[in-house]
Design a binder for this molecule. Structure first.
Ligand SMILES: NC(=O)c1ccc[n+]([C@@H]2O[C@H](COP(=O)([O-])OP(=O)(O)OC[C@H]3O[C@@H](n4cnc5c(N)ncnc54)[C@H](O)[C@@H]3O)[C@@H](O)[C@H]2O)c1
Length: 385
């Protein structure tokens, strides 16, 4: 029997739960080490995996010859950590967003090429039941040729999740249009079959900027997203708060599709509402959780609002992290490690969502100008297919 795959984890915060899904001793895969400078995170990891080792420095993983590493650290560390490991020949599961700059993404892609290493980026939204069904209907031609898409993203927990730690500091996240929006920009690209070429956006720090209490405690482990209501009663914000809490982005894709993404971090509810319109119909989701959401298709002509459309699909109940998407994506990563199987996620798509999010953030901060999304180098495109 071959020796087990030895997996390391960088960063045991909220997203440690994802890496833990890879611990499958019965399948010959074991989480054996954590790199995290926070003693509380180290202690929590050892409690769960008592025979594992802990370190503050992820570079120990290279000397220890890990087979693969989950990079689930904060966004601004992704570039350095992933590029170093990939250059050293270590396979990497990298959480989204790939990096906080487009150049950072390209450095990571080049490191994977130079190190001959496997790179997998964790865009788990492509595994959401609601997104998969919409993609299926589009691929079946049910709305004809896609021409336009909208996503309205309501984030009720935005204050607690993103304004009380590093997410609120643009030097560490670039901004929430990238940080949170990377998921949706990627989904829009996927559903519409193209990548953003030109973008423009408006945004503002319109609610949380007024809150004076900036006494967040460094190093506290987030246990779950608290949900303070109303948003203005939020306390203990990060000392630096310079990212937007509302963003509205327009995109022109390289296949001519027009799309928009609207994100609000002080909404009373939490869900994403997508609609995609083609030459022969429209689809839209109402709710996005498995077991309590529906997708509707309109593909006949209606003279007025037709509530239930021409076809409805109830998204079935599914259990697990992010409605089972986390288990699926970790399984795909392990298959990729063991057999090289390709995934519905792709490092190129991950780079393109960051590139669009960064360009849109530049637009927000320059008064809404249109910004060209930097092209990806042809040799990188060729390598990753
Ligand atoms: N795909 C998803 O659905 C999803 C959901 C949540 C978060 N994320 C992503 O996962 C990543 C982690 O997010 P989180 O919410 O778990 O963050 P977090 O702040 O809760 O945890 C980050 C952990 O990294 C550790 N850390 C800090 N500096 C480090 C260093 N130099 N080396 C090693 N570890 C270090 C911290 O001590 C902490 O334990 C982010 O990139 C985020 O965007 C993805």
């Amino acid at each position: 029997m071959s020796s087990p795959l030895r997996i390391g984890v960088i960063g045991w915060g909220l997203r440690g739960n994802l890496a833990a899904l890879a611990h499958r001793p019965d399948e010959g895969v074991e989480l054996v080490a954590l790199a995290d400078p926070n003693p509380a995170a180290q202690a929590a990891f050892l409690e769960r995996f008592p025979s594992a080792s802990v370190t503050a420095d992820y570079q120990d993983f290279i000397a220890d010859k890990m087979d693969a590493v989950f990079v689930t650290s904060p966004d601004w560390l992704h570039e350095e950590q992933a590029a170093t490991l990939l250059c050293a020949g270590v396979a990497v599961y990298l959480e989204k967003p790939m990096a906080i700059t487009t150049e950072g993404c390209d450095r990571i892609l080049r490191a994977a090429v130079n190190g001959g290493s496997k790179l997998f980026v964790g865009h788990n939204m492509r595994h959401f039941g609601v997104v998969r069904k919409m993609k299926e209907w589009i691929d079946e031609g049910r709305i004809g040729e896609v021409k336009a898409a909208w996503c309205r993203h309501f984030v009720s927990y935005g204050g607690d999740a993103y304004f009380r730690d590093w997410h609120a500091d643009r030097s560490k996240s670039t901004g929430l249009l990238l940080q949170k929006g990377a998921h949706d920009i990627d989904v829009i690209h996927w559903l519409c079959g193209g990548y953003s070429e030109t973008v423009s956006a408006f945004g503002d720090l319109s609610v949380y900027g007024d809150i004076q209490d900036r006494q967040a405690k460094e190093g506290e482990i987030k246990v779950a997203f608290r949900k303070t209501w109303p948003p203005k009663s939020l306390d203990k914000l990060n000392p630096v708060v310079d990212v937007e809490d509302i963003n509205m982005m327009l995109m022109k894709l390289d296949n001519g599709v027009l799309a928009s993404y609207q994100q609000c971090h002080f909404a009373p509810d939490a869900w994403r509402n997508y609609t995609v319109i083609g030459t022969e119909g429209r689809i839209e989701n109402f709710g996005d959780s498995p077991g309590s959401s529906v997708i509707r298709l309109w593909n006949q002509n209606h003279q007025k609002f037709a509530e239930h459309g021409d076809l409805e699909f109830e998204v079935p109940l599914a259990t697990g992290g992010h409605g089972g998407a986390d288990e699926q994506i970790v399984g795909e990563f392990l298959d990729y490690l063991r057999t090289g199987t390709t995934s519905v996620t792709s490092p190129i798509a991950a780079r393109q969502s960051v590139a669009a999010g960064v360009a849109a953030t530049q637009s927000v901060r320059s008064g809404g100008q249109t910004v060209q999304v930097p092209q990806i180098a042809p040799e990188l495109l060729k390598h990753f297919g």
